[in-house]
Design a protein around this ligand. Structure first.
Ligand code: ZN
Length: 327
């Protein structure tokens, strides 16, 4: 595969690489704990333990992800890259290339400046400290995030644990993302935290809107790629359709900031499909199901080798089953 990658990375990367090699956890680019970082981390640990215990009552088995903090362990961050063949979208098949590169520093300390060239591929990248593995530790940056997001992330990463879901990545992500958001709503309801319950509910309805708009945009984009012979022209047409999908447009523009939109387009749409394709359908199911616990249990019945076509059918059958129950 003729993939040539050229990264322009700020000097910090070299520093971070040296740190990783020499084993020091403190970096010269930024201090690990500034201000009340230590307190934040302690409070955050309590929250994470409570959320994981709550998750268990919904049938979400806890994992080691995010259960340690940056004080106990060196931080491991990820650079994720998605590549999709130009002029195509990962609708019926998985995204063409998906890779993760780990590095030993908070994601904030190493900023990728640009992916300059990958022949014949659209490229989108993202950096992060949270992932479904014991090596994902809670950083000060994470402890400072709004509580609704933190609760959502902890439940999301636990849902990825093999004891909960072990299916092909694209489908797993599309199932785990709505379940994490819906479980966060239940957590704030259980806590009686009215203010954050409202934020969590607003976040679910925003994500449902993104899901509906993304699916509609992708359906149109497929047609544009099929009809327009020139890939560059097709990309411009698709980008010009974005204002018809304002909730998705907002997310797209925020997340590709600093990347070249026409280069990122196919990979970004394919990436987002992996997360949001079933969000609205799963939220619909949650409204019909006896409880979120029931829905999670039923979704665990998705077959190991599930494909998008099988998943569509599975969700439709579940909807019919719940519809029949409620009548
Ligand atoms: Zn995930």
């Amino acid at each position: 595969m003729p993939v040539s990658l050229l990264f322009g990375v700020r000097r910090c990367l070299r520093a971070a690489a040296l740190i990783a090699i020499s084993g020091f956890s403190a970096a010269s680019c930024a201090t690990l704990e500034s201000g009340n970082g230590a307190t934040d981390l302690r409070e955050n640990t309590g929250l994470i333990e409570e959320v994981k215990a709550f998750g268990k009552t919904l049938g979400i088995e806890p994992t080691e992800a995010l259960s340690r903090t940056a004080r106990d362990e060196a931080v491991l961050s990820m650079l994720w890259l998605w590549m999709q063949r130009e002029g195509t979208l990962a609708l019926a098949a998985p995204v063409d290339v998906r890779l993760a590169i780990g590095y030993g520093a908070d994601r904030e300390r190493v900023r990728i400046e640009q992916v300059y060239r990958v022949d014949h591929y659209s490229v989108y990248y993202r950096q992060g400290n949270e992932f479904a593995d014991a090596r994902s530790v809670a950083t000060v940056g994470f402890a400072e995030e709004p509580i609704v997001r933190r609760v959502k992330v902890v439940l999301h990463e636990d849902l990825h644990g093999d004891v909960n879901f072990k299916i092909p990545w694209e489908i797993e992500e599309a199932i785990v993302t709505p379940l994490g958001s819906l479980a966060a709503v239940e957590y704030f309801r259980w806590k009686g935290d009215e203010k954050n319950l409202q934020y969590a509910l607003a976040s679910v309805s925003e994500e449902r809107q993104v899901s509906r708009e993304l699916n509609a945009l992708v359906a149109r984009a497929e047609k544009v790629f099929a009809l327009e012979g020139n890939v560059e022209a097709a990309k411009q047409i698709i980008l010009s359709l974005l204002p018809d999908y304002p909730a998705y447009q907002k997310q797209f523009e925020r997340q590709v900031r600093g990347q070249y939109a026409p280069t990122a387009l196919e990979a970004k749409l394919s990436h987002d499909l992996a997360y949001y394709r079933y969000f609205n359908s799963v939220a619909d199911l949650a409204e019909k199901a006896a409880s979120l616990k029931t829905l999670i249990e039923d979704l665990k019945g998705l077959p190991r080798e599930v494909t998008p076509a099988i998943a569509d059918e599975f969700l439709q059958n579940l909807s019919a089953k719940y519809g029949a129950n409620s009548r």
